[in-house]
Design a protein around this ligand. Structure first.
Ligand SMILES: CC(C)(COP(=O)(O)OP(=O)(O)OC[C@H]1O[C@@H](n2cnc3c(N)ncnc32)[C@H](O)[C@@H]1OP(=O)(O)O)[C@@H](O)C(=O)NCCC(=O)NCCS
Length: 188
């Protein structure tokens, strides 16, 4: 069921909030970084018109809407500036299952901020929204993303990689999962 009351999630250094029209410059800037786009679906530079349309679409969206992605802005608690985004897709056929996506401005990496933002979203998914499974897929060559998911406690189930032809080459995405039970156990 859509969380129409959602406003913010707070962590020690971050505020996860709805995206705003005023985020457009920061959003275009980090999505235009070649290293940030490398393992993602978009090409750098990221068109400003596309960013504006995306932010406008998200303004009317709610987290936990079956069959839809919701993008949470990752903002610094200090100045509320956008440093990245983290997204959840609620499965249409099983609303207890969500997929995770995440992107950080390259200038904000190496500080544990992606992990901090994802932990807040995992707590939201499992504890506030009662999800039973969070899934993530990451390119087999994306060592930073693989390290991040492992550090957060995601499992790598024995499922085959998802193969796809992206940006002119065949790629393999590795399946990662965290169940509600994994989440509860890692709190102990
Ligand atoms: C994947 C991505 C989110 C990883 O970001 P990240 O900053 O490396 O991730 P973390 O938040 O886990 O930070 C870990 C790093 O911060 C360091 N760190 C510093 N302070 C820390 C703290 N308080 N807590 C944890 N780690 C800390 C760690 O040592 C580690 O550094 P290292 O990479 O030199 O080993 C980022 O590279 C990214 O957005 N890439 C582009 C988009 C993308 O590809 N998304 C994934 C698609 S599947």
């Amino acid at each position: 069921m859509p969380d129409t009351a959602f406003s913010t999630l707070e962590t020690a250094r971050l505020r996860l909030r709805r995206v705003r029209e005023s985020d457009v410059a920061a959003f275009v800037a980090y999505r235009s970084q070649p290293e940030t786009a490398h393992f993602q679906s978009w090409e750098a530079p990221f068109p400003e018109a596309e960013a504006r349309a995306f932010l406008a679409e998200m303004a009317d969206a709610h987290p936990d809407t079956p069959g839809q992605w919701f993008q949470f802005a990752i903002a610094s608690r200090e100045d509320d500036m956008l440093v990245g985004d983290v997204a959840l897709f609620t499965a249409g056929d099983d609303p207890g299952k969500v997929e995770l996506g995440y992107t950080l401005d390259a200038r904000a990496t190496g500080k544990g901020l992606a992990g901090e933002a994802i932990m807040a979203v995992l707590a939201y998914a499992f504890e506030q929204r009662g999800k039973h499974l969070v899934e993530a897929w990451t390119d087999a060559r994306h060592s930073r993303s693989l390290a991040l998911l492992a550090r957060l406690g995601f499992q790598r189930p024995d499922s085959p990689p998802r193969r796809g032809f992206y940006k002119g080459e065949w790629c393999e995405d590795i399946h990662h999962t965290m169940s509600a039970q994994d989440w509860a156990l890692r709190q102990v």
